[in-house]
Write a protein that binds this ligand. Structure first.
Ligand code: PEP
Length: 257
């Protein structure tokens, strides 16, 4: 199983801060078996790509447009991102669903555009608290996955990463319990194979939502958790690198090292 740690910097940092943070992550000793990505705001992408260029750290955007070009004021396309060395993109983050009207029908086009271009799509799904309390979390996440991902060709699935981010856990300090996370990750894996066939078995499923060094070890050790999408803790190089080390320890334990 691939293990991935992706830092979503959201609308934080300035140019100098973004470059310093990227450099601190890039020069850290490479944690064996963990793929590391950072997702700065649009204006700092190119500088962060340069800051990471001598390392294995990959740079992701936080959203994109599905069309390659056109009259879409304010938008940024996949070829534009690729042209400056961005290799991945987060799509369907709950903050974009909440504040920008992003829905799975739109996200489906974005995922297709990214995968067709050979980029990595980090697709976020997850239920609201009221939906979990009503016992609807499986229905909600199942529908999200079906709408956004159904029909993707098997040969492009190497570029797909899913992040389960229960909305009630993002930036709230409240994490899913290991039982809740494992149960939902297992469900997501089943749905991926049901929707996309056996080629979806290796698709990484990350956990996101108030993941910090003091709760990460038990989450990353879960059998169906392939690492994390990290918001708040990714803005502090020390905390983010500690999360990378924790993920690396889980990889080593899985391999019996
Ligand atoms: C996120 O924004 O994707 C996220 C998981 O945020 P936080 O870690 O701050 O909850």
């Amino acid at each position: 199983m691939r293990t991935i740690l992706a830092g979503n910097w959201k609308m934080h940092t300035d140019r100098a801060g973004a470059v310093a943070l990227a450099r601190a992550v890039a020069i850290a000793e490479r944690a064996a078996g963990v793929e590391v990505l950072v997702a700065p705001p649009f204006p700092f992408l190119e500088a962060v790509v340069a800051a990471c260029s001598d390392s294995a750290v990959r740079v992701a955007a936080q959203t994109c447009h599905a069309e390659a070009q056109g009259a879409y004021t304010g938008e940024v396309s996949v070829p534009m991102l690729q042209s400056i060395g961005v290799q991945a993109c987060i799509v369907g983050h709950s903050e974009r669903r909440r504040y920008d009207g992003e829905n799975d029908a739109r996200v489906a086009y974005k995922v297709k555009a990214l995968l067709s271009a050979g980029m990595t799509a980090i697709y976020c799904c997850g239920e609201e608290l009221s939906e979990r309390e009503a016992g609807r979390h499986h229905v909600v996440v199942g529908e999200q996955l079906a709408t956004a991902l159904k029909g993707l060709p098997a040969e492009q699935l190497g570029g797909l990463v899913v992040a389960y981010e229960p909305v009630w856990a993002i930036g709230t300090g409240r994490t899913a319990t290991p039982e809740q996370a494992q149960e939902m990750h297992g469900f997501i894996r089943e749905q991926l194979v049901r929707l996309l066939g056996p080629a979806a078995e290796p698709v990484p499923v990350l956990y996101g939502g108030s993941c910090k060094p003091d709760n990460a070890a038990e989450l990353f050790a879960l059998p169906d958790v392939s690492g994390g999408l990290i918001g708040g803790a990714s803005l502090d190089a020390g905390q983010f690198l500690e999360l990378v080390r924790i993920a690396a320890r889980c990889v080593a334990e899985r391999r019996g090292v």
